[in-house]
Design a protein around this ligand. Structure first.
Ligand SMILES: NC(=O)C1=CN([C@@H]2O[C@H](COP(=O)(O)OP(=O)(O)OC[C@H]3O[C@@H](n4cnc5c(N)ncnc54)[C@H](O)[C@@H]3O)[C@@H](O)[C@H]2O)C=CC1
Ligand SMILES: N[C@@H](CC=O)C(=O)O
Length: 382
């Protein structure tokens, strides 16, 4: 291998004349400025000068919307004059928000849906049909009704707009793209096995009986690992959604109802409001202590495991041997083992932290850069 060394430049030599290429501008709208959305806003702000300098990519944050309010970057003068130019909000209306982010001159536009809402997912097909790209860690579209998911895919194909959702499985880990690359290059998935919940991994790594389970759930919630309603994690539904996403990525028409789910939520806490559930979390302590004691008595540890093979899809807590690879995971580690036609003797394994606002926001950000890359923005360091 040879490395070309550039001749030293004479300080007297005039700098070569370069055509000034105007920056490639991307309009961005954030839906759901919660933990992940806020982390994304910070990452965008910090990276913007570097992306402009190194990649000639200009990020325009055009607006932010939650379920009730939206903030648009220029807003109108009358509103601003009343608040001395400060950002003002107006009632949220998602399609109006999307149209504003898209602009009027055919600019490239990306909406980052950082909510956990089905209402927002209902809008993807329309946005994609209008040429607006969507990036999201929200699992609702990719694991929701098959009919809606197919409509979303059809809208993206028809307009050429892109939908990326790497953050939906494994947060910042390269799980969805890894599977897609395998399938696109002609491999076939035979089975997936793994620990797909950062929250449940963290809880079972910490839960040794010295601290009540409820206290650990409150801690996981405060650290931003859980879903907005932690019951989505504890019931296994969030993991089932991830399994559905992976199955669909591999070409299987799996739905949430097809996954056998073993919930950890006591029946008495299943139907109440999220606030009541959080107030009454102690109701989980006795059953969880019993589960732990049983596992410990037989020399096992508790782990939340998901499985999909040719016969069935299942998620739930298991007592597993202390020597098992899953027993040696740390903190919020997710482990995803892909068994495929090529990776048949030894599975392809993706492992690492699988929850948290920062790593998840980075996955959304990387998806956004993938969209810009597909539009011709140069991203490599060469
Ligand atoms: N926290 C994590 O570690 C990970 C989260 N995710 C996903 O990221 C998403 C966001 O999670 P968090 O930030 O932790 O939740 P969060 O509860 O902190 O934030 C959710 C935000 O969505 C907004 N929202 C709710 N309904 C809305 C609607 N109809 N229209 C507009 N905005 C709406 C809420 O106001 C809030 O600002 C979820 O879909 C979650 O599954 C994915 C991977 C990891
Ligand atoms: N609550 C989820 C967040 C990522 O999807 C988890 O704990 O894995």
């Amino acid at each position: 291998m040879s490395i070309a060394i550039a001749p030293p430049r004479s300080p007297l030599r005039a700098a070569p004349l370069r055509a000034v290429v105007p920056p490639f501008a991307v309009n961005i709208g954030i839906v759901g400025p919660g933990k992940v959305g806020s982390a994304l806003l910070t990452q965008l702000r910090l990276a913007a000068p570097r992306l402009l300098r190194d990649c000639n990519l200009e990020l325009h944050l055009r607006g932010v919307s939650d379920s009730r309010h939206m903030w648009l970057d220029c807003d109108d003068d009358a509103l601003n004059s009343r608040t001395h130019g400060a950002q003002t909000w107006r009632p949220a209306e998602l399609d109006e928000f999307a149209a504003y982010v898209a602009g009027e001159r055919g600019e490239a536009a990306v909406l980052a849906d950082c909510s956990a809402s089905d209402v927002v997912a209902d809008h993807y097909a329309g946005w994609l049909a209008a040429g607006i790209h969507v990036v999201t860690p929200n699992k609702r579209a990719a694991s929701g009704p098959l009919e809606r998911w197919r409509k979303i895919g059809g809208a993206a194909s028809a307009s050429g707009a892109r939908l990326h959702y790497e953050g939906t499985v494994g947060a910042g880990l390269p799980v969805v793209q890894t599977l897609r690359d395998l399938i696109d290059t002609g491999d076939e998935l035979t089975a997936v096995e793994g620990m797909l919940s950062g929250t449940l991994a963290w809880l079972f790594n910490r839960f040794d009986g010295s601290v009540p389970f409820s206290a650990l759930v409150r801690e996981a919630h405060a650290m931003g690992y859980t879903e907005p309603d932690p019951r989505d994690d504890l019931s296994g539904t969030d993991v089932a959604r991830k399994l559905v996403i992976l199955a669909r990525e591999a070409g299987l028409a799996l739905s949430l109802e097809d996954v056998a789910v073993r919930s950890l939520i006591p029946a008495a806490l299943a139907g109440c409001s999220r606030e009541e559930f959080m107030e009454n979390l102690e109701g989980m302590d006795a059953p969880m202590s019993a589960l732990l004691s049983e596992a410990q008595a037989s020399g096992h540890v508790l782990r939340h495991v998901a499985r999909l093979d040719g016969r069935q899809a299942s998620v739930g807590v298991q007592a597993i041997d202390r020597e098992h690879a899953f027993a040696h995971s740390r903190l919020t580690d997710n482990v995803v083992r892909f068994a495929t036609r090529r990776y048949c003797d030894n599975a392809l394994v993706v492992q690492g932290p699988g929850a948290g606002p920062e790593v998840t926001a980075a996955a959304v950000f990387a998806d956004l850069l993938r969209v810009a890359g597909a539009m011709g923005v140069k991203r490599c360091a060469c």
